[in-house]
Design a protein around this ligand. Sequence first.
Ligand code: C2E
Ligand code: MG
Ligand code: MG
Length: 555
Amino acid sequence: MAQLCEQIEDAIFVLDSNLRYLSVNASYELMIGYKESFLVGRPLGIYAAEFLSEEEQLILKEIKDNLRESGFYKLDFSMANRYGETIDCQITYRKICIDQTVFHVGMLRDMSAVVKDQKQVAHLLNYDQLTGLPNRKVFLSQASDVLLDTYQEVVIVRLNIDRYRNLASLLGSEGINTLIQKFVKRIKELHLEHLRCFSHFGGDDFALLFECQDGNMVRHQLDTLMQMCEIPFTMNGNAATNANIYCHISVGVSYFPKNDAQVTGLLSKAEKALQYVKQHGGDDIRWYDKTIEEATSGSLQLEADLRAASAEGQFIPYYQPKFLLDTGIITGFEALVRWQHPTRGLLKPKHFIDAILTHKLSFELFSQMANKIAHQLSEWQQQGFCQHICINADAAEFSHPEFFDMVSGLLVQHNIAACQLHIEVTESSLIQRHDDVRKQLNSLKELGVRLALDDFGTGYASLSYLQDYPFDFIKIDKSFISKIDTDRTQHAIVKAILDLADALDMHVVAEGIETEQQRDVLLDMGCKNGQGYWFGKPVPADVATEMLVKQYATE
Ligand code: C2E
Ligand code: MG
Ligand code: MG
């Protein structure tokens, strides 16, 4: 029996009738930190006397009293061992009489793991693992508590990080987690006034709860939050992600008592305001009001209309000529989408292009445009006009598995040379610097399709894109051309871009030329190709064809 006791995991000890140690097993020695040889003959409790608090001494007294009176005692408690470590344990004592001699047998079970598990489970249920912030459940209950007995105004804020998915694919899962942790740390360090709860609902989804005399007092705190996002986060990762990342945010706000009296109502109104911001390009704050409700139902209608437009082919290309600045000869056209809306008439991209991205319809748009453009090219070819057409694409479209096959299939089907098709990618869409995009662009380039970097100078990392992707053309954004004849800075920037392109063997197209003076200045600077209202606005296919007929007649 003594041997069995030595092997058992629970700590066992035997005391005499005066509660002095007679014997302890190995587990007891381990747990308490004293050897049996030291303990034998000493009174219970001796081992940790110097660590015992007043409360613990009371417990010890209670144990002694109970044993004397009832012969049995059981208790869950935390105690300190010889090394000052706290052990959560369960202790049972039993009084046993053998041959009229009284023994007290004690069993001590280390419950630390169980208690730790319980604490961990509670933590898991209530806190976000990554950030340690309270989760949605806790937020809801804290918000209800605040609303129940507040005499003040309560502001509920919903916050998302813009282009989160792009950032996640750029940084990878570890990188995005680090970014989120850095983001949370920064918000905490702002020590926002009146903040009662800062919660992480998961992903890029956060909520904040403020309580103060006047909800408007929170406006200033939210401005501080937006300003925080102007400073980039430095990410140290592999070469592709070694970068300064800007985390712009979209924020939706609702407040009690004006917008709603219930937490769920307030949350959903803040959510609607948030969605409104996101649909309008993000990077902004919006306080809930009635007009958002109307806009939301409008956006649902827009989504339904867009799906119908995709299915019924309502997207049509308009063609804007690109020309040689010195002779005015048309070198090709840029296809710009127009939506022939059944009730609202002809719509420009600014009315729907963001919604196309939001509702993941960009590939449908691209394939519809590419089909119509391929038809047009082959029609012009039959009329003897050898032209190229540029099609605009968002980098998101490249990740579509059928993208490459669709483009190469169209070229074969319509008997078009690959170099007659140019694809323009905007800088801003390239923030999703996925390997996929690079691969797709390289394959297109190998096929012979020409590639242009659109809106050059307006994105995050213009120069690095030139290095990373195989572009043939740079399109200088119209914002650099608008005052080129009067503004020295614009002039210097465009000159620098022209020199850079020259050094990299790339062609340049200046966008948005509206006056003859702008054309003249650009020509003087050595820019050869341009596009803009001065030479020609985007026009339907038949008008573009007439332009070509005229040009070829005079040649
Ligand atoms: P972008 O590709 O940079 O196209 C040039 C935009 O500038 C066009 O606007 C064009 O009409 C306008 N523009 C051209 N010349 C001038 C000028 O002299 N002055 C001024 N102020 N504007 C000029 P649009 O057609 O409204 O297109 C806007 C943007 O929508 C395009 O910018 C492009 O990024 C996007 N987009 C157009 N079509 C498509 C498409 O089929 N797919 C995708 N993904 N995006 C498209
Ligand atoms: Mg373009
Ligand atoms: Mg452009």
